[in-house]
Design a protein around this ligand. Sequence first.
Ligand code: GLA
Length: 323
Amino acid sequence: MNETLNVSAPGRVNLIGDHTDYTGGLVMPMTLDARTTVIGQANTRRVWNLVSHHEAEPVSIELPVVDPRSITPPWGRYIAGVLYEFNKLGCEIPGFTGEINTTIPIGSGLSSSAALEIAIARIVISITKIAMSETDLALLCQRAEHIASEVPCGIMDQLCIAVGRTDTATLINCHTLNVQHIVMPEEIEIVTRFISQRTLAGSEYADRVNDCHAIEAIIGPLRVATTNDLSNLNDDRLVRRARHVITENQRVRDFAHALTVKDFVEAGRLMAASHASLALDYETSNSTMDQAVNSMLHESGFLGARITGGGFGGCIVGMRLRD
Ligand code: GLA
């Protein structure tokens, strides 16, 4: 029981395919070098005591977790959510005392919360030896995220972090959860730039998910819809939301193909088109993010740039040719 466990999980940046995962569409994120690390020891008590180098207060979570949302300070809810989900599977979890460190900037849209969930889940797995596939691990952490943040997120972040490989993009079909690993061509470099702090909790993220539900009630699953289906929608807002999702799924396919055939100009064009669609049709950008994307596109060597992740702030991602 006294063995020291040291587990880490990376952040992620999404290259293309935003706001497509929660309707079972396509996404293409990749893991970052920045990571969250959890180090500690299991014990025979029934409590998880954790300190974070990035939070003022430690957290103490008694097992079994009854209501993850009641945990304070709030950062402990992500951990409590994971423990709660393992408990629901009938998993007997011992106590744990440890510390958390991260190089992922928190609240920047690089999935620091998903990395924390995956790292905690890996600790639980290594203590309990419960057998679980990477996909089920990601799904468990997605449920934990739903509970902890109350944001109805898709599966992209947790699945990319669970299965992603270094310098390799993860093309995910969010309906089948099939994953294709695409090694990034050496000629290009992905640049992630932090622009502004944001949180998806309480943002319009949930409104966008609801818009998609409303669209699907009329035209059926967005993941298989085409732009011909748009004529069946009467509401202008829903037309724009649907157009984004339908065209973004196609852009992911085209981007993956462009990388494979090394057509980097086309790949860059698709990133910029994705940004325009998110800004104009999906309305998850803002003027600060638009300006940042625009100025990156004018920097030497950049072929593409876009807002990345949930939006409303956060980071932009760009692609440039290596010197
Ligand atoms: C957040 C969510 C993801 C995904 C993106 C937008 O990162 O956690 O599931 O929906 O926003 O693509």
